[in-house]
Each structure stands twice: as structure tokens, then as C-alpha cells.
Design a protein around this ligand. Structure first.
Ligand SMILES: [Zn+2]
Length: 386
């Protein structure tokens, strides 16, 4: 068996590869954000991280010594492969990538070595670059902040439901009565969607303080979103190595088929990873649904605000959606159907009702955010001009 050389912090094999990685990092970087993504030294990262974790020190869910040990282990192993690399990348995503790889190997032949690299794009999506040698996975602060903020928003919604409603959520009216009691998650979702619509990133949104009691749900939901996101990228490497129909240059339709294929593979890997780690959100596909519902809400908010003339032209930038990707609504439908299809016969009814409930919960959040924005714009237009 070949030595496992994956996901470690070894330097790239050659200067050529290093130059290629740095070239890609420059390509995906948004103009003007270079300073932000210029790599941190391990010492700077350790001190920055210690300052950030300080405020959790009183939480009953926070194991300070274990976190400090984890941080110093990562910092010690860190080798800056390019000038954009930061140890934060391995700290945030190294374990999840290892879990995804391990879960995938029960279904597919092991894929070749993957270099986990710092993404310099600030959007929510990581980028996979399959090659015939080492595969490259770029992921970073853009994905981390997006997943963290949306996990916070949806956790607040789930918490409000658990307090207000003893029954499964079946209708938009059920959700309306939940939000009558506590609409903090809804408002956070609205603010996040507006921020993303304007800036195409969740970075810079600012600090959100939440009750300590939310932390177990939030961590589980965050883990399930990140696991699906990484499993989807991992599926691109599987497809590259094992499905010859998806190699070489692809037509738009073939690219869309590849994306759908990676969604399905990513979902099955996430489910297995969840079964192993005991995270029910992962096994039930809630991370995948939360991710795509939030993406759809951000896209729809951007479209609405553009239509209303509220986003200045200079912020229009690149479209959020690439034409080589299926519509997000199609991806949500695919995930929902695949979840039921891939469940064991005795679990199908439970999964189907969970998927339906998730559609009402996430769908109502999106509906109400868009309705509030449209309403606000209508009221603004109705105001008499001085
Ligand atoms: Zn993809």
C-alpha cells in the first residue's frame, strides 16, 4: 500500500507546483483584497487565535487547554507553501477533510494526495483543482465565515422552534407563530443575506454574540455544513480519477451534470461521516440543505436588491452564480430527493418528513426575508417626497 501522504503540511514537491499554486491563488483573489489574504506567520496566527478564543473561556462547552494544544500543534507543523498560506486553513478544515477522505474510502477507491491550500477568494465556495498528480483544494476564510454565520442564524431559528413548537413544523403559519416569540434567527438571516448580496462575502459582517446554550446545536450544524461543502469538492477529485466522462474540457451541460454528480457523492460521503461521528445533521443531510437554502437566499436577495436599484453599479461585479453550475433551486431539489432515495427502506418515512420540515423551515426564512425587503422598498416608495 502506498504511504499516505495526504492532507499533511509538506512543502509542494517542486518550485513549479508552488508557482502554479500561487498563480491560482492570485487568480481567485478579488482585486484589492491582497493584503487581507497575505499569509500570516504561525506566531501571528497563534496570537490572533488566542485573542479570539479568550472570550469563550467561561463557556461550559469550551475546553481551553485542548484548544491551545490543538493550535500550537498546527502552528508547529505549519510550513508556508506560498506567501498566501495561513495555518488557519489546516486548523479549520484539516480534520473535516480527513473525515471526508476516510468516509469516502468505504465507497470509492482512495484518491491521490490532496494539498489543502488557503483560498484567497472571499466567497462562500471553495475551489477544487483536480490534476493528474497532486489534487489542489483551496478553502479559507470566505467559506469559514459564511458557514459560521449561517450556522448561527439557522441555530437561532431551530432554537426558537424548540421553545415555541412541540410539533413538527408543517406550514408557513407554524413558522410565523415561532417568529412571533423569537425572530432573532430570521433577522440575522436577513442581515446576512443583505451583506452577502452587497459584498459577495460574509467576511466583515462583524461579531454576533449568542447564548452559550446554542453552542452544541451550532457546532453540529456548522460541522454538517462544512462537511458537505468539503465532501462536494472531494467528489470532484473522485470524479476526475474514476469517471472518465468528466475529464477534459466539458460542455455547459456536462459541467452541470458533474456538479450534480458531486452533490450526490458529497451527500453520501457526508451521511457516512455523520454516522461515524454521531452528528445527526450530517447523516440527515441538513448541512447540505442549510448550505444551498442560504446560497439561494443570498442570490435571490442580490437579484431583488439589484432590481430595486439598491445595489450600486460598482458592487454588481461578477454574478454570484456561474453558468456552468445548475440553478441552486435544482440543487436543493436534487439533495432532497437523493436523501430519500439513498435512505434505508425503514428510514425513508423519517427522512422524507425531515426533508419536508426543512423545506418549510428554511423556505419560510427565505420567503420572509425577501418579503420584508420588498415591503420595505414599497414603503420607502410610498413615502411622500419632501
Ligand atoms: Zn462543484
Amino acid at each position: 500500500m502506498a504511504e499516505d501522504k495526504t492532507e499533511d503540511s509538506r512543502a509542494p514537491r517542486s518550485d513549479d507546483l508552488k508557482r502554479y499554486i500561487e498563480y491560482l491563488q492570485k487568480q481567485i483573489m478579488v482585486e484589492g483584497t491582497g493584503d487581507f489574504f497575505e499569509g500570516q506567520t504561525a506566531e501571528e496566527w497563534v496570537s490572533d487565535t488566542s485573542n479570539r478564543t479568550e472570550r469563550f473561556s467561561n463557556s461550559k462547552y469550551f475546553n481551553g487547554p485542548a484548544v491551545s494544544q490543538y493550535i500550537s500543534d498546527i502552528a508547529e507543523r505549519f510550513i508556508a507553501k506560498t506567501r498566501f498560506e495561513t495555518p488557519m486553513t489546516a486548523a479549520l478544515f484539516g480534520n473535516t477533510l480527513a473525515e471526508v477522505r476516510s468516509a469516502s474510502e468505504t465507497m470509492f477507491k482512495p484518491v491521490r494526495q490532496i494539498e489543502l491550500l488557503t483560498a484567497t477568494s472571499s466567497t462562500c465556495s471553495p475551489s477544487a483543482f483536480p490534476t493528474n498528480d497532486i489534487h489542489l483544494l483551496f478553502i479559507g476564510a470566505g467559506t469559514a465565515s459564511y458557514c459560521n454565520y449561517w450556522a448561527k442564524a439557522y441555530t437561532a431559528v431551530l432554537h426558537a422552534i424548540s421553545v415555541a413548537s412541540p410539533h413538527p413544523i408543517k406550514s408557513i403559519e407554524d413558522m410565523a407563530s415561532v417568529f412571533d416569540h423569537n425572530d432573532s434567527g430570521l433577522l440575522l438571516a436577513g442581515k446576512l443575506a443583505i451583506h452577502y448580496a452587497f459584498f459577495n462575502t460574509a467576511l466583515g459582517f462583524g461579531r454576533i454574540d449568542q447564548s452559550d446554550d446554542y453552542l452544541p446545536t451550532r457546532n453540529a450544524l456548522l460541522n454538517s455544513i462544512e462537511t458537505f461543502v468539503i465532501a462536494h469538492e472531494f467528489a470532484h477529485f473522485i470524479a476526475h480519477e474514476h469517471f472518465p466522462q468528466f475529464s477534459g474540457s466539458l460542455s455547459t451541460d456536462e459541467s452541470k451534470a458533474l456538479e450534480s454528480c458531486c452533490d450526490e457523492i458529497g451527500l453520501s460521503i457526508s451521511r457516512l461521516a455523520g454516522m461515524r461521528s454521531g452528528n445527526p445533521y450530517n447523516f440527515d443531510g441538513m448541512g447540505a440543505l442549510a448550505f444551498y437554502y442560504s446560497v439561494k437566499l443570498c442570490e435571490d436577495t442580490r437579484t431583488l436588491l439589484k432590481d430595486l436599484g439598491m445595489i450600486p453599479k460598482e458592487l454588481h461585479g461578477r454574478p454570484v452564480r456561474e453558468s456552468s453550475h445548475p440553478e441552486t433551486a435544482e440543487r436543493i431539489l436534487l439533495i432532497a430527493n437523493a436523501l430519500v432515495d439513498m435512505s434505508d427502506p425503514e428510514d425513508k418515512v423519517r427522512i422524507k418528513s425531515l426533508v419536508d420540515e426543512a423545506a418549510v423551515i428554511f423556505g419560510t426564512v427565505s420567503f420572509l426575508v425577501l418579503a420584508m425587503l420588498a415591503d420595505g422598498a414599497l414603503q420607502r416608495d410610498a413615502e411622500p417626497h419632501q
